[in-house]
Design a protein around this ligand. Structure first.
Ligand SMILES: [Ca+2]
Length: 261
């Protein structure tokens, strides 16, 4: 374990809030408390490798996305514990660069918002032992425009394969998701139980509306006039929405309903 990683882990043990801030500068994902209660950390940090975690014992579980393609924890009930050919830390497979990672506030289900290549951004409900497809299948294509080739596209031209989960939501063109929040507050009654995803390259706050059975029915791009990369969106204890923009002159934004509007 290199010194950098040790410092990283020490910070995680002692200063979880600072970790979130520090992690953002390393382009890592958010820390999400699990119900059991164990923290889970998503990251696309290439330099934090699973192999670097061997021999390190944690008082709680971690989840890493070392190359943006798998999610791992050290929970003893992980689905791949004892299975030949699999690292026991693996929780789910086939996840690509998940910058958004939350627990659904009503069901405690783990959800990710992840970047596809050229198109194919996704939101998934992450279940233990499931495979979410990358790099085999995707609704995106290679950055050069080819469906599969070029090293950046999926392996298969068709976007589905046996044993691999379809995304709950996908986008073309991409919204380039940052953070995500499922709104349960009372300050925006029309937005209750909507999903909000911050858009980085798409410079928007993306809203997803669901029907009574939780199926997506409508999508809307908000705040596009700001022309700001929005790094994360959260619901505050006051029921308002807070966002941080992603730039050298970044700002913390609070979204409030207009009186009488
Ligand atoms: Ca997928």
């Amino acid at each position: 374990v290199n010194a950098r990683l040790q410092r990283f882990l020490f910070a995680l043990v002692t200063l979880p809030l600072l970790l979130v801030a520090a992690a953002r500068t390393q382009q890592t994902g958010p820390v999400v408390p699990l119900p059991d209660p164990l923290p889970i950390l998503g990251t696309n940090e290439q330099r934090v490798r699973i192999s670097a975690l061997k021999g390190f014992s944690f008082p709680w579980a971690l989840a890493f996305l070392p190359d943006g393609d798998i999610l791992v924890t050290e929970r003893p009930d992980n689905p791949y514990v004892g299975k030949p050919g699999y690292q026991p830390q693996i929780y789910a497979l086939g996840i690509r660069n998940a910058l958004g990672l939350i627990l659904h506030p009503r069901t405690s289900e783990l959800m990710d918002a992840e970047h596809g290549p050229l198109n194919g951004d996704e939101v998934n409900f992450i279940e233990a032992g499931h495979n979410y497809g990358w790099p085999v299948i995707s609704y995106g294509r290679a950055y050069g425009g080819n469906l599969t080739q070029g090293g950046s596209g999926p392996e298969r031209a068709e976007p589905c394969a046996p044993g691999m989960d379809q995304p709950f939501l996908f986008w073309a063109p991409n919204i380039m998701p940052g953070g995500m929040t499922y709104y349960t507050g009372d300050r925006f009654p029309a937005w209750k139980d909507n999903l909000f995803i911050s858009g980085l390259g798409s410079t928007q706050l993306h809203r997803v509306v669901f029907n009574g059975r939780g199926l997506p029915t409508r999508r809307e791009s908000l705040l596009t006039e700001l022309k700001q990369r929005i790094r994360d969106v959260r619901q505050g204890p006051d029921g308002l929405l807070y966002m941080v923009t992603d730039s050298a002159d970044g700002a913390l934004l609070r979204l409030e309903p207009v009186a009488g509007g």
